[in-house]
Design a protein around this ligand. Sequence first.
Ligand code: ADP
Ligand code: MG
Length: 247
Amino acid sequence: MALDQGKPVSRYLDVVGVEKSFKGTRVMSDMNFRVNRGELVSLLGPSGCGKSTLLRIVAGLLEADDGSVVLDGRDITRIPAHKRNVSVVFQNYALFPHLTVAENVAFGLRARGMAKGDTGAPVAEALSLVRMTEFADRPIAALSGGQQQRVAVARALVVGPDLLLLDEPFSALDRKLRETMQVELKSLLLDRGITAIFVTHDQEEAMGVSDRIAVMNSGRIEQFADPSTLYARPTSPFVMDFVGLST
Ligand code: ADP
Ligand code: MG
């Protein structure tokens, strides 16, 4: 996998002045959001606050009405999703149930034109990263939820993405498994120096995995800080409430 390692921290993703309306209803205005290289940043906020909208705009799955998205110095605002080298992991896995684990992971490589005979090594490496090597030939339908989500992460990483986006990836899993997956994901991303945005509505999850957290409310970022600063110096009652300080 062509994953970057050990690069110095620098501004990497720049979302500038993004606006978005659905059928005339403004859900996001003048959104500005920056992520440094190698960071794991969470978007944390209640349901409907615009987390997925922002993530989909960064992925290219949704077009902003205004504003721009710059990734590693390249303006990707008008670049279609499949040409962005940005991988997305969704809550509901979106795997092909009739294909094997290895075939699912190879899919992204094949879609990018890699010959079938060349996918073996990168697929094996990606499966090893998520500790799913021995499941390579099993059909997806035979796996547990946690195993399926590991495969989804492997499929996202195998292409060596410039940016990994995760939209509530573990929210369908039970609490114990969710905590295991959080720890695994964090060390995986840290080891490989991968820049990632993690969407969640669960403040404990955000506090556990993130270098920094953007607390969102009604299409805006209320506060963007590291977890300890959010706890120590929340800048609004909303943030105070959402990080669980007001009870
Ligand atoms: P979150 O991911 O934080 O739960 P979303 O980004 O999905 O929030 O949604 C933000 C707002 O935009 C919500 O009010 C939601 O109803 C609205 N919205 C999202 N997608 C669409 C869509 N395709 N059509 C109409 N409204 C949408
Ligand atoms: Mg969402």
